[in-house]
Design a protein around this ligand. Structure first.
Ligand code: ZN
Length: 305
């Protein structure tokens, strides 16, 4: 039983319109689901991914309108890395980010930048046999599209605390004293710790959790395994697009294990993903009210689509 790398990464935004402009406009991802927080339906849960909404490419945001900016610290993810195919793609993104008003820093094979709320992001040239998970945006040539996540970097005060859970329970393969590969049959990702600069503050521009992908029929067994290791794991929660369990790894990062299906087409046709507000069954009767209360978002034409 192996985890297939990152399923999705969930972050926090205080400014949903700017968030949509950046991820679905500047970065050219597809807004595959415009839903609401399952606990507070007057705020968005936005999902951006490749064209099919595939696990491995999905970055999602909880909206807390007007939230103060947070800062990454111990027990928090501080950098998200996407793959691209070539140095020419880094040239393209360096230029496109500049045209959209975002500074970036180039190192060998990597380009670092921040989203509009200071979330640290990176695009890296990665050679891999994993399926390229691409979105289509008219202004992003196919050969330069983002290809899905490569990994995340995390701040910790003590790598050793986490080692046993990562290796013995979750099957992460050690690459060095502070970095691991998480690879299953279909995909892999990197998970790397760095020394923490101090305590963090959750807020806009910070990561809330990372989800690892598993097959539908292994989900309960993953829950049993995590529980047997002594972690405080939630029951299986139905997120409609996938099923989830949550627990904190010993360094403090909130982990989720999510099923690779059924996916974002359960309530919208594949060619219509993200166009309408998608509501969980228990909130469907509130549609008219919610559509009035939710923050208006930019249209597809404003995003260059
Ligand atoms: Zn999640």
């Amino acid at each position: 039983m192996k985890l297939d790398g990152i399923h999705h990464i969930t972050c926090i935004t205080g400014d949903a319109p700017a968030n949509v402009r950046f991820y679905a406009g500047t970065l050219g991802l597809r807004l595959v689901k415009k839903s609401v927080n399952q606990d507070v339906p007057t705020i968005y849960h936005l999902f951006y991914a490749d064209e099919k909404g595939g696990a491995g490419s999905d970055i999602t945001f909880f909206e807390y309108p007007g939230a103060e900016r947070g800062v990454a610290g111990a027990g928090m993810i501080h950098l998200i890395t996407w793959r691209v195919a070539s140095d020419a793609s880094l040239d393209f993104w360096e230029q496109r980010l500049k045209e959209h008003g975002f500074d970036s820093t180039r190192e060998a094979g990597r380009l670092r930048f921040e989203d509009p709320e200071g979330l640290a992001l990176e695009i890296a040239v990665v050679e891999t046999a994993d399926e390229p998970l691409k979105a289509r945006h008219p202004e992003v040539p196919d050969e330069h599209a983002l290809l899905g996540f490569d990994g995340v970097r995390v701040y910790t005060n003590d790598v050793e605390r986490s080692r046993d859970l990562l290796e013995s329970t979750l099957g992460f393969e050690r690459d060095s004293d502070s970095s691991w590969t998480v690879r299953g049959e279909s995909r892999g990702s990197h998970f790397v710790y760095d020394g923490a600069p101090g305590r963090g503050v959750e807020g806009a521009g910070t990561v809330h959790h990372v989800a690892w992908a598993c097959s539908m029929d292994e989900h309960q067994r993953w829950r049993d395994r995590v529980a047997a290791a002594g972690a405080n794991v939630t029951p299986v929660i139905n997120r409609f697009y996938f099923k989830s369990i949550y627990f904190r790894e010993p360094s403090g990062v909130l982990f989720e294990i999510a099923t690779k299906g059924p996916g974002f087409s359960v309530d919208e046709a594949p060619d219509k993903l993200g166009e309408d507000l998608a509501l969980p069954p228990n909130y469907k009767y509130l549609r008219a009210e919610l559509e009035k209360q939710l923050t208006p978002l930019p249209s597809m034409s404003e995003l260059g689509r």
